[in-house]
Design a protein around this ligand. Structure first.
Ligand code: COA
Length: 231
């Protein structure tokens, strides 16, 4: 079957449709946590216990933005291609903007982090595309959608800086980001990755001190891209 693909910023303030969106998002996310478990820090065990209202609250967290990829049958009329039709097949989460202090990681090796007058700062996480639709440019569309949103939100002629943290063994993903202009920006710990990705709740109460090899060793690959101001 032939498909048409589109990406959207999820309108989380839409009070009428948010329960429907939450159901669709939950289904996509639980599928991601099943088929690509090693790529994510959260787990199916944790998120399959979320209730309907948990999912709605999750989507409406402040400063968290979702880019959703939707597949339509190729004969779907353009006016019928909307976020509440079609099949949700992929997503990327963008968190921000961060203050300079909240954003900076110790031992970062990326482009120098600058002041609020010059740039805005964002963290991208949970990039996923359903296996059936892989290799068709969907991840590129999701990531570019997130970068465009960050650039548009920056205003005032500011640059937008976007960071991603990946598992060092995820070579496919590293190539994907390199192809989109991301550069190496050092290594981070799992504890830092959890905090930056909005998953601090997954950390043990001691911040990981009881298992330093797991939480405090610098093994995550950090990549960044600084985009010019939107015109
Ligand atoms: C990684 C993932 C998002 C890629 O999705 P996708 O829609 O297939 O990616 P795209 O078709 O947009 O591919 C973009 C680029 O990624 C690279 N790439 C993607 N899949 C690849 C593969 N299986 N082998 C080699 N390179 C690959 C290529 O460089 C490709 O560029 P090209 O088309 O110019 O060759 C998808 O495989 C996935 O969901 N994986 C599991 C979750 C995951 O690892 N997420 C990343 C967390 S940081």
């Amino acid at each position: 079957m032939a498909y048409v693909y589109k990406v959207y910023l999820l309108p989380t303030a839409d009070t009428t449709l948010i329960p429907f969106f939450a159901g669709k998002f939950a289904s996509l996310r639980l599928s991601a946590l099943t088929v690509s478990a090693p790529a994510f820090s959260s787990t199916f065990e944790i998120e399959s216990a979320f209730t309907a209202s948990d999912w709605i609250a999750h989507l409406q967290r402040p400063s968290v933005h979702y880019i959703i990829a939707v597949a339509y049958a190729s004969y779907t009329k353009p006016e019928q291609q909307k976020i509440d039709t079609g099949d949700w097949i992929g997503s990327a989460t963008l968190i921000g903007p961060f203050t300079k202090e909240a954003y900076e990681l110790p031992e970062s090796d990326g482009p120098e982090v600058r002041g609020d007058d010059v740039e805005t700062r964002w963290q991208m996480t949970a990039v996923f595309n359903t296996p059936l639709h892989r290799g068709r440019g969907i991840a590129k569309m999701l990531i570019n959608g997130a970068l465009e949103f960050a650039a548009a939100e920056s205003g005032n002629g500011r640059e937008s800086r976007t960071r991603i943290i990946i598992h060092p063994r995820n070579i496919v993903v590293k190539k994907l980001y390199e192809g989109l202009g991301f550069v190496d920006a050092g290594k981070c710990t799992l504890a830092e990755a959890y905090r930056s990705n909005g998953d601090a709740a997954l950390l043990p109460l001691d911040g990981g001190a009881s298992d330093p090899e797991k939480y405090l060793a610098r093994f995550g690959t950090v990549m960044e891209k600084v985009n010019s101001p939107a015109r």
